[in-house]
Ligand binder design. Structure first.
Ligand SMILES: Cc1cc2nc3c(=O)[nH]c(=O)nc-3n(C[C@H](O)[C@H](O)[C@H](O)COP(=O)(O)O)c2cc1C
Length: 242
């Protein structure tokens, strides 16, 4: 299938065929491909919990309100944001970028580029991602609103804005995963109808982790797998050429 065919093939599947197994290693590979998704500042504040054990899968399905899409799934992946890992990730990316610049930038520009990255990942990212009961976000909003009086600036810097940033990027990884799965002939269904608190407890996640979505996996069961024709509002309603 080419990309357009894949996009048409991918549907949210609610009933999987119990007779058709999927290869756990292939699903894992699709998760590796998911990490190629674009993500904000390349911070990669995501984690994937690949549920393959039968007993755990049953518990995860219950936390997903026992929807048929999880109850009949062969495997489930839980996409998690890890804003709390921002320092670790920023450090990793900075180290990588240092070598990147040394290997690929003209010598005359290397020092400045490295300094820029150090400011970005060493100062701006820790400042932007830090959370403390909304207070740090309020300070950031105050600063950006003031600077914004004089020049264009990113204004979505409150603590809830930054949460959204982490979730946006994680959702792009989730979509990349679903397309990679479709290429294998595997079906998926994204699930946000779940009890996030129970899911965190079940997966033993730290308090800084947040559930982005679960994605059930399997192979659709004939015509029962999907709920009829795909519904999309007319394209003219959402497309605005300026
Ligand atoms: C973030 C997100 C959460 C979703 N949560 C659920 C869910 O809890 N249960 C479900 O059956 N479908 C869920 N869906 C699937 C949507 O209902 C589905 O994508 C939509 O109806 C369009 O259908 P399609 O995916 O087949 O194109 C979710 C989709 C997204 C993107």
């Amino acid at each position: 299938m080419n990309l357009e065919e894949l996009l048409n093939y991918r549907r949210s599947v609610r009933v999987y065929d119990p007779e058709k197994d999927i290869d756990t290693q292939k699903v894992k590979h699709c998760l590796e491909l998911a990490t190629l998704a674009p993500n904000s500042s390349n911070m990669q504040l995501w984690e994937f919990y690949h549920i393959t054990q039968e007993d755990l899968k049953e518990k995860v399905s219950k936390v997903c309100l026992n929807q048929s899409a999880t109850r009949t799934a062969k495997e489930i992946v839980v996409f998690v944001t890890r804003q709390d890992l921002h320092r670790k990730r920023a450090k990793y990316v900075l180290e990588f970028e240092r070598d990147n610049i040394k290997n690929y930038s003209p010598v005359a520009r290397q020092l400045k580029r490295i300094k820029d990255r150090e400011v970005y990942y060493g100062k701006i990212m820790p400042f932007l991602y830090a959370r403390f009961y909304g207070i740090l976000g309020a300070i950031r909003v105050l600063i950006t609103s003031t600077v914004g009086l004089f020049k264009p600036i990113v204004r979505e810097v409150s603590e809830s804005d930054i949460r959204a940033v982490a979730h946006k990027s994680c959702a792009l990884a989730a979509q990349t995963f679903m397309l990679a799965m479709a290429e294998q002939g595997y079906d998926t269904c994204p699930i946000e109808g779940l009890d996030s608190r129970r899911m965190k407890r079940l997966l033993n996640l730290p308090s800084g982790a947040e559930i982005n979505m679960a994605i059930s996996c399997g192979i659709r069961k004939g015509d029962d797998g999907i709920w009829g024709e795909r519904c999309r509002v007319p394209f003219e309603e959402v497309y605005h050429r300026k």
